[in-house]
Design a protein around this ligand. Structure first.
Ligand code: HEM
Length: 437
């Protein structure tokens, strides 16, 4: 998604909100959603859109409302699905997959899984992730053009794939399939129509993951990897385990959650650092700012652009009457620019504090992969700050055509390395050897 800065007196006031289509994937490939959201936050913070086929949804764009919708599962359920691509239907994963369940079913699945993905458990993975980071950055040694977006696309699977126990040979195909599932209208990922691309991607991913579960049944399950953990974890005191379809749905959710978000945070943050060279110089001067720069990168990128809920009872929100069964879309990208919460929200500030961004959501469904994503992003940017003096654009930035994932699919850059950095990186890569799964 293009990250624009609406200008005071710019096109904003002229925007006709009744003509705006926030569901249109093209808006996020070439349009200007931030200009629209800025007007919405001011003039229509709870706004109803009717699609040409008669389906409709409410949009909430303010930080406080986005928090309320994501937090309160009694009024806003996840059970019928949480993304616009399944608007108005019923989600077959409802009540079976963490992301599409409400408490108490959600809590029973979430508690054991939380432990497997806690910061403490993942600490031992850091050396492996650092090796993946070296491998990702190694092309910089050539001194030529480096496509940050293309390189970052494979980054999550290089550690999540290992964590889930998925064979390395399958990672490139899984990377493509997960992007097809979130950007089925993008010409680079479309196979015939958007709908059939989505169906094809789901079909292949579910069949693949089902095969992975069956293989573990045949060869003996171990809890060493996350799929094995899903198979063995107990949901209640009676020792109930997940059924086959529940394991597959949750494995899909973990795979998708990691794959389609982390790379876009990397590309958008590098882009922001190129566009705000002063902020990169601050980071070079004080690398202890890396954590706060990563948080600002998450706010800036908001790679998970929206999540959807359905209203369970008639309610009034900022004077608008929502009926039971209505769909409500929480636009995270907009909440993360809410001028009531973030001072000067369109300024990229590596020292921003406080930074109460909602890039990982809020409430019971708060991203379960956040500790892993934060570790990986911190290790990557620590290494970038050690190695790179400056990035420069080397071609046009191309954005993903998706209303769900705010993504960058191509971003060629060149990098000037810091003194001695080439040797440091070459030594690190040589010392690492192959990255063990
Ligand atoms: C920068 C990286 C990431 C971002 C921005 C992100 C964003 C989000 C957001 C906004 C939600 C809330 C969904 C909702 O409210 O309905 C969420 C949930 C989730 N994420 Fe992430 N995510 C990231 C990385 C990951 C990783 C690395 C994993 C897997 C290891 C993951 C797996 C999940 C799962 C399974 C859920 C559902 C949690 C639940 O329903 O309780 N995510 N993520």
């Amino acid at each position: 998604m293009r990250i624009s800065t609406p200008h005071p007196g710019g096109p904003g006031p002229d925007i006709d909100l009744d003509a705006v289509n926030l569901a249109d994937p093209q808006l996020y490939a070439a349009g200007d959603p931030h200009a629209i959201w800025t007007v919405m936050r001011e003039r229509a913070p709870v706004h109803r859109q009717i699609l040409p086929d008669g389906r409709s949804f409410w949009s909430v764009t303010k930080h406080g409302d986005v928090n309320d919708v994501l937090r309160d599962h009694t009024r806003f359920t996840s059970h019928r699905g949480t993304v616009l691509s399944v608007l108005g239907g019923t989600d077959p994963a409802g009540g079976k997959m963490l992301a599409a369940s409400d408490p108490p079913v959600h809590t029973a699945m979430r508690e054991p899984l939380n432990k497997a993905l806690s910061h403490r458990t993942l600490k031992s993975r850091q050396p492996q992730i650092r090796r993946v980071v070296h491998r990702l950055l190694a092309p910089l040694l050539d001194g030529g053009t480096w496509d940050v977006a293309a390189a970052a696309a494979g980054f999550p699977l290089a550690f999540t794939g290992a964590l889930m126990g998925l064979p390395e040979a399958d990672w490139p195909r899984l990377t493509r399939l997960t992007t097809m599932a979130v950007a089925p209208d993008d010409p680079d990922y479309r196979e015939s129509t958007g709908d059939s691309t989505l169906t094809a991607a789901h079909h292949e991913l579910f069949a693949y993951l089902s095969g992975q579960v069956k293989r573990r049944v045949r060869h003996g399950v171990t809890e060493d990897d996350l799929i094995g953990f899903l198979m063995e974890m107990e949901l209640d005191a009676d020792g109930r385990r997940l059924r086959h379809d529940e394991i597959v749905y949750n494995a899909y959710s973990l795979l998708l959650g990691a794959n389609v978000t982390t790379p876009h945070t990397i590309a958008a943050t590098v882009l922001a650092l190129m566009e705000h060279p002063h902020e990169y110089r601050r980071l070079l001067a004080d690398p202890s700012l890396t954590n706060s720069a990563v948080e600002e990168g998450l706010r800036w990128a908001s790679p998970a652009n929206h999540f959807l809920r359905y209203v369970t009872q008639d309610i009034t929100l900022r004077g608008q009457e929502l009926k039971a069964g209505d769909a409500v879309v929480a636009w995270l990208g907009s909440a993360n620019r809410d001028e009531e919460v973030f001072a000067d929200p369109f300024r990229f500030d590596v020292t921003r504090s406080p930074n109460r961004h909602v890039a990982f959501g809020f409430g019971p469904h708060y991203c379960i992969g956040a500790p892993l994503a934060r570790i990986a992003l911190r290790l990557l940017f620590e290494e970038i700050v050690t190695l790179v003096e400056a990035f420069a654009p080397a071609g046009p930035v191309e954005h993903l055509m998706s209303n769900f994932v705010a993504g960058i699919k191509r971003m060629p850059v060149t990098a000037i390395l810091r003194e001695g950095a080439a040797q440091t990186l070459a030594e690190a890569v040589a010392a690492d050897g192959p990255v063990p799964a």
